[in-house]
Design a protein. Structure first.
Length: 94
């Protein structure tokens, strides 16, 4: 089941809810209201670190926007996939 394991496929992942916020305010609300939070993004961990052991899952997959470009700097949201950022950097010859 999505969000209950990572690339390590560590067994026994369980959570009472999965949240998919689209803003920093929504992330803050989940963290404020939850006693135990497992943050999930690409789920590429090979250690089982993204496998929830109770509490809620906070998935950052919808926070995937590139926000701002400036001289030598780019501001992205936490769920931006690195290959997509790399593609955009190449497109801009950076």
């Amino acid at each position: 089941m999505p969000f209950l394991d990572d690339a390590a496929h560590y067994p026994g992942g369980h959570a009472s809810a999965v949240y998919l916020p689209e803003s920093e305010a929504a992330v803050a609300a989940v963290v404020r209201e939850s006693a135990r939070v497992t943050v999930s993004a690409a789920q590429s961990s090979l250690t089982g670190g993204a496998t929830p052991q109770g509490g809620v899952v906070l998935s950052l997959t919808r926070m995937n926007r590139i926000r701002a470009w400036s001289e030598g700097t780019v501001r992205v949201e936490a769920g931006v996939v690195l290959s997509e950022l790399d593609r955009e950097l190449r497109r801009r010859n950076l």
